[in-house]
Ligand binder design. Sequence first.
Ligand code: AMP
Length: 417
Amino acid sequence: MALKSKFKNVKGTRDILPEEAVKWQRVENIIRKKMKQYNFQEIRFPTFESTDLFRKSTGESTDIVRKEMFTFKDMGNRSLTLKPEGTPSVVRMFLQHGLFNKGAIQKFYYIERMFRQERPQKGRYREFRQFGAEIIGSSSAETDGELVKSALDIFDELDIKGIKLNINSIGCPKCRKDFVKEFKGFLKGRLPELCEDCNRRYKENPMRILDCKKDKKKIKDAPLPSDFLCDECKKHFENFKNRLDFLNIKFNIDKHLVRGLDYYTKTVFEFVNSNLGSQNELGGGGRYDELIGFMGGESTPASGYAVGIDRLMLLLPEKEEKLSVDVYLVSLDSESDFVGSKLINSLREKGFSCDKDPMRRSIKAQFREADRQNARWVIIIGENERRKGIVQLKDMNKGEQKEVSMQIDKIVEELKC
Ligand code: AMP
C-alpha cells in the first residue's frame, strides 16, 4: 500500500526502484560491453548547455527547439537548456577539446539522460535515457552500416524481437536544392489543407513536412528527396544498402523518412517496433556531414544514432531478475555479531556481497530478513560456534546446513562450490 504524500515525482519523470534498477544495470552492462567490442570510447557530457548550442545544431525549425526544450536563465541571465539530445554536445566536445587532433576517425558512445517537454504517455517522458554512438571523420557508407549493426547487436543480445529497420537517403545540400524547389511547387496550392506546423515548415525547412504525422496522407504523391539524389549521393546510398546486405541486415526503404532533426544528410535510418504502440520508434540516426563545419570546425563527415533506453525496457522479455545477496549473517549474541562482522567484511574483500541486521533483532527476524533479501547463504554464529572455531553455513537453495571452520579461506572454498 502506498502512503499518501503531498510530494510526488514531477509529471513525465520516472522513479526506478531497486527491482527495476537491476534490469537497467543488465541493459547498461550489455550496451557498454557491445560498445567496447566495436571500439567506441565512452564520453559523458553536462546536463545543461548554452541554449544557442541546440538552436544552431538541432535546428530552429525542429519541434525539439521550437517547443520541447527546458530552457531557463541562470543568475547571470545566460540562457541554458537541459540537453534534449546528444549529438550537439558530442560535436561541441569534439571541437572544444581539439579531439580532431587525436586521429582521423573517432568513435564515441554515451549513455545519458535527455529532457524534452513532450506530452507524457507510455514510452514518452520528459526525462528519459538514451544511448548513442557517433563516428566522426568517416564519409564511408560502411560506417553507417557499422553503426546500424552495433545497435542491432545490442537488441539481439537483449533478446528483443520484432525490430524493423527503415532507411532512406535525403541527399546533400546540393541535391536537396532541386528537391526543395520541386517539393515547394507541389505544396504551394495545397498549403491551406495542411496543418499550421507544416505551413511554418514550408517557409523554414520544407523537407520536414514529410515527417508530419497529421498531413502524411495529404502529401503521399509528393516528390521525394530520394528521387533527386546527385550521383555521389546515389552511390553512397547504394553502398549503404550493399553494406547492410553484406552484414545480413534486413531493411525496408521508406522514401518518406526524413527524421526530425535539421542536420541530417544522405543516410537516415530508424528502428521501429510495433509492440511499442503509438510511440513505435525505438531509435534512429543518420549522417551529418555538414554539422561540424557549420559549428565552426573544419568540414568533417560524421554519422551517428540514438536509442531510447526507456522504450528498450518496455520491449525487454520477462526474465526473473531478483535482488539478492550472497551471504547474510545471523548472529546469536553481541560477541558473535562482532566476530561475524569481521568475517563478512573479509568476504566482501573477496568479492562476495554480504549483509547483516544492524539492529541484531531476534534470530527469527534475522532469518526472515535473509529470506526477504534472497540470500544464497546464511552464516550462523553463536557462543557454541565461537568456542569450537566454526560457523554454521546454511545453503538456502538446498536448505542444508553444515559446520565449516571459521577460517576465511575455508568459508570461501565452501561458497565457491
Ligand atoms: P531522437 O533523438 O528524437 O532521434 O530519438 C531517438 C530515440 O530516443 C527515440 O526513438 C526514442 O526511443 C527516444 N526518445 C525520444 N524522445 C523520447 C521521449 N520523450 N521519451 C522517451 N524516449 C524518447
